[in-house]
Ligand binder design. Structure first.
Ligand code: S3P
Length: 414
């Protein structure tokens, strides 16, 4: 099977195509609600973006100084990546824009990007709760060295994009390594960018070259089908052309640690990112400890791993993952309350959760809070023989994996 294009890379492919000089082609783009949000925001800044297609989208870049002030609010929908990365772009471009989003996004923390952008000389206004609406007034920015308190690729990318667009040097220190797609893609477009350990430094670049992007399959989407196979709810699943950037495949490593068989084949490089065919076979699953520096590489997959842990013998402890509380929902609370409502044994920690696995049948209705990854994680758990799980809102998968339910059915039939 193939999974749709990587969400993180798809956002960046559109943004960098727009900021480049000349034409860029994007193949394999994810078509989902979050990527539509980024396209819509870019259109509001005066750029022509054709209808999104997974085949090929050709974008005529406007260059680093080509964005216009928008007429209305920039609606980021449910997408944190859109809001935070575009806040950096808007700040650097010297325009003023008001960012809005749905109820979930409006409650998510924006100070983490507002603070560094303010320190660069932009003016960022936030409501008292620190979420949206956020008004970013760009200006003549100055260079910045920033020590980020949170391990966040969105914060890192917002600062890099602000520096790039404003033509000033920036240096970002991260507390733990996060996905480095922005760095790889900027380098491929001629930007002088250095990464050493947890520090990334961008030198001013008067221009950004255009480049074509082949978007690999999203490892975060692949993780759900991998989890299905690990749980023995289907036979071996073979997923072609999946991105295997080390900063993204923590969940594959954990599934293997839990006792599933995970094999990589046909490893190659595509547009500066490693890709491979991943095969996952069921195994006898046991509990594991998940925490520390590995967390950013599996943060989006923790709902899935918590559901797999509900069927793994022993007590799985997930720690160092307080960021889960500020994702599309409070995922610690959503996972624990739903697992318990189904009859599983789970408990909240301030920065994670504990799940005690069993093979008792899990039955009931899941409240997704409109969170795509909660929906897909329980969709996988519901596919396990003996379980009977319904969801209040299966359609929220449209945020990252609109064809998920068909893919799940196809994997189960095979
Ligand atoms: C993303 C970074 C992560 C991740 C999100 C996508 C990105 O968020 O959870 O789904 O594309 O940069 P944070 O940067 O907030 O950790």
């Amino acid at each position: 099977m193939r999974v749709p294009g990587d969400k993180s890379i798809s956002h960046r492919a559109l943004i960098l195509a727009v900021l480049g000089r000349g034409r860029s082609r994007v193949r394999g783009l994810l078509r989902s609600a979050d990527i539509e949000s980024t396209a819509a925001v870019l259109r509001q800044l005066g750029v022509t973006i054709p209808a999104l297609s997974a085949q090929e989208v050709v974008i005529a870049g406007v260059g680093l100084r080509g964005l216009r002030a928008p007429d209305g609010d920039l609606d980021c929908g449910n997408s944190g990546t859109t809001a935070r990365l575009m806040a950096g772009v808007v700040a650097g471009a010297g325009v003023t824009a008001r960012f809005i989003g749905d109820a979930s996004l409006s409650a998510r923390p924006m100070r983490r990007v507002a603070a560094p952008l303010d320190a660069m000389g932009a003016t960022v206004a936030l409501p008292a709760h620190g979420g949206l609406p956020m008004t970013v007034q760009g200006g003549a920015l100055r260079g910045l060295t920033w020590h980020s308190e949170v391990a966040s690729a969105q914060v890192k990318s917002a600062i890099l994009l602000a520096g790039l667009v404003a033509d000033v040097p920036v240096e970002v220190h991260e507390p733990a390594a996060t996905r480095d797609h922005t760095e790889r893609m900027l380098r491929a477009r001629g930007v002088a960018l250095r990464s050493e350990g947890l520090v990334v430094t961008l030198e001013p670049a008067a221009r950004l070259d255009s480049a074509d992007t082949e978007v690999p399959g999203d490892p975060s989407s692949a993780a759900f089908l991998a989890g299905l196979a690990a749980l023995g709810a289907c036979h071996t699943v073979t997923l072609e052309n999946v991105g295997v950037n080390p900063a993204r495949v923590g969940a594959m490593r954990v599934l293997e640690r839990m006792g599933a068989s995970v094999r990589y084949a046909s490893e190659s490089e595509q547009g500066g990112e490693p890709v491979a065919t991943i095969s996952v076979r069921p195994g006898v699953l046991h509990a594991v400890e998940i925490g520390g520096a590995e967390v950013p590489a599996l943060i989006d997959e923790l709902p899935l791993l918590a559901c797999v842990a509900a069927r793994a013998a022993g007590e799985t402890r997930i720690t160092g993952a307080a960021e889960l509380r500020v994702k599309e929902s409070d995922r610690i609370r959503s996972m624990v309350s739903n697992l318990r409502a189904l009859g599983a044994d789970a408990e909240e920690l301030p920065d994670g959760l504990v799940v005690r696995g069993s093979d008792r049948p899990l039955r009931g209705r899941v409240i997704t809070h409109g969170d795509h990854r909660i929906a897909m994680a329980f969709g996988v758990l519901g596919a396990v023989a003996g379980n009977a799980i319904t969801l209040d809102d299966p359609s929220c998968v449209a945020v990252s994996y609109p064809t998920f339910w068909d893919a799940l059915a196809e994997a189960r039939r095979a």
